[in-house]
Design a protein. Sequence first.
Length: 423
Amino acid sequence: MSTPSPSDVGRLVHLGIGNFARSHTLHSTDVAGGWSVVAFTGRSATMADALNAQGGRYGLIVRGPEQDEVSIVDVIDEVFPASDVDALVRLLADPFTAVVTLTITEKGYAAGSDPATSAPARIALGLKARREAGVTEPIALVSCDNLTGNGEVLGQAVLAELDEETKAWFPDHVDVISSMVDRITPSADDNASETVRAQTGLADSVPVVTEPFTEWVIEDRFRGRRPEWEKAGVQFTDDIGVHELRKLRLLNGAHTLMAYAGQVAGVTRVDEAIGHREVRALVEQLWAEARSTLPLPDHELDAYTSALEERFRNPRLADNLIRIAADGSVKLPVRALPVIAERGGPDKAPGEVAAVAAWTAWVTDRVRGGHEVQDPKAAEIATAAAIEDATERVTALLALIDVPAGDPLVAAVVAEEKRLPRP
């Protein structure tokens, strides 16, 4: 079979259309040009209603340190709620559909086998229909979530839901591709809609606010059609792993630490957290530890962390720590725990220990203050955080991220909680 040109047009189906997808993945697809996009929502159908009412168009506000740049992204044909499984199955069975991208968050890959709640299960149904329709052209599944080897994770999740015939058909007809994505996208502020209207004339109920920086690195192994993402500055590579680890451990790792340590210290935004002397010191310690695990030259890592600091300090982005704090029980096992293990234990990774301790301290403060913790294990966290004895409480909380009782990390976290900066 000959490989089609990337310039050949087709349809891209996107699962999980939130703010990040619209600032990053779909914006790049718009710049690439020529492709049709149909999207599905994540947890709520609200975004489908809002975007469909606007003909799929929305405003993208790129918020630099001094001014905004506003543009209209006009690439979406239609948005369906995630619950419309029939629509997704119909689209994946259509040979015009050549690429599926996903931003379903880390927890979306372990959502079980119910198509009503599981994106991998819905994809499996669509691939079965594609096989039964006799479609021969490969379809690419591209994960855009913050997971190391996200393509492999996606592939395993989908394969687990396939019937035997489709599983045998899968290798010759489906490419599962990893990618590394990076663009800080906070929640839009109250004035964002007016900013879009004033500069573009679009009455936009769901504008997107993001930063000037953007990066997307994708494995270069598509057998079928894909958008010309190169036009948007996307990099294709044969070695995605090092890019994933750099971003996961330096950007996402620092974000996780600041999200919890910053709030424990009494601040609410990323720019405030990186400007807090003690929180900043913890970030620098975490970076030093994470850097030692990355097979990249010092000058590249210096440039990357310098750029991160500049991004974090952008006062006009005003990214709220509470947004980043969601789903800690899913994030810490892939962001902090591997570095602790690779460094040789908690005593060799105090910065990463601080990230874990900040989480245990923060969820405890939230629960005891009567506030909700947004996490797939929220109920278990609430029970553990209510335990009075510090060691027992930390033991119960760390068990939720698969740290066994008696592990040296438990004692390290108990001690570190006492050292965290407070207001």
